[in-house]
Design a protein around this ligand. Sequence first.
Ligand code: GCO
Length: 445
Amino acid sequence: MPADRSAPTWPREFIWGVSTSSYQIEGGATDDGRGPSIWDVRCRLPGKVANGDTGAVACDHYHRHREDIELMRSLGVDAYRFSVAWPRVLPRGIGAPNPAGLAFYDRLIDDLLAAGIEPWLCLYHWDLPQALQDQGGWTSRDSAGWFADYAALACRRYGDRVRRWITFNEFSVFTLFGYAMDWQAPGQVDRRAHLQAIHHVNLAHGAAVDVIRSLVPGASIGAIHNRQRVLPRGDDDADRVAATTLDAFWNRTFPEAQLEAAYPSPVAEAIEPFVRAGDMARICRPIDWFGLNHYGPIFARAEPSALWGFAWADPPEATERTPIGWAIHPEMFRDELVELSRRFRLPVVVTENGSGGADIPAADGRVDDARRVDYLQAYTAAMHEAIAAGADVRGYFIWSLLDNFEWGAGYANRFGLFHVDFATLRRTPKSSARWYRELIAAARA
Ligand code: GCO
């Protein structure tokens, strides 16, 4: 029977959700005893974040989480992926917990459950406590133990209500951008620091998986990897080598260490001095599903002066792009889902997909983000094709519920289904929010 493309049928148990992260939406950066994170510090450094923006207030979700749960409810989502701000619950990263910070996530989790929305809790979305950065951060081998202790605190506190646990969000992005490119915190560009951070983050992941497994009976544990095809910008060998190197750091280093107990070349050779006997077994711990963040292909060019000999490149002129210039390629998303599902033999959950734009409201206040709707339509159709081709995809989370603090781009790049007026903090549904609500309703019908 030919598939009806306008109203595809989805697996009955398929999970529809939205994603956010703590530093990007919470604000309340100094409220109720929260400690500073490496992002609070980076935002104060001149020139690191567009427009001098900071996450001090962000969407003020810390004080408005109930309103935001209502927005989720209006979409009809099954699930919400959020992250816990480590410095909110442990202001110094280790040592004494902060009761008020812990209580915030109690309220959030309880209110989500009361609304019929399943909490998917991510332990790390890049806001490392600054107090730990002052002790070396991820370059210190002690970081694996710090993270395991933090994971244990969260499990003991929330494990009675949260079944879905995620160790880290996008391992390769924050290590590459934070230690090889100065695009993100801590902006410590150094080969040795980058390699140490990679290996210690992997050890922290493995340790946290064991902690969650032992403290939360029945936990469903995942890790979130960004993966997208890396293409050489030019048609020469130098750019092809650059693309292969970026691909190793971007797509392979973390999943292969965690699921196959091996680093890919050329990372393997470089990281060797930091790997001790038994480490790969500590890193490669059984998990339950693969979290995939995917937007579109990325491009590399040779750059001999760069730390690893590659630099980021813009997509070629002819490439179809989102309003913020990211390449659009739904077929590559479909292929990624199919390949991933075969390669690691784990169920896949798409934990981020979405499109950035300026999203300027019209005179009547409406935000018609037609290009985001086109993007999401094309990408969900591609996901449907992947499932039809045998990919084991269990869920899909749009990035993001709200416009938010988009790291180095500040508040200029918007990804939300809901527009946020950062002067008044008013939320307004965009056309894409209506589109998603209809898609979810049709998928359930
Ligand atoms: C990411 C991020 C988000 C970004 C989003 C858009 O995981 O890269 O998790 O924090 O905001 O990807 O750039």
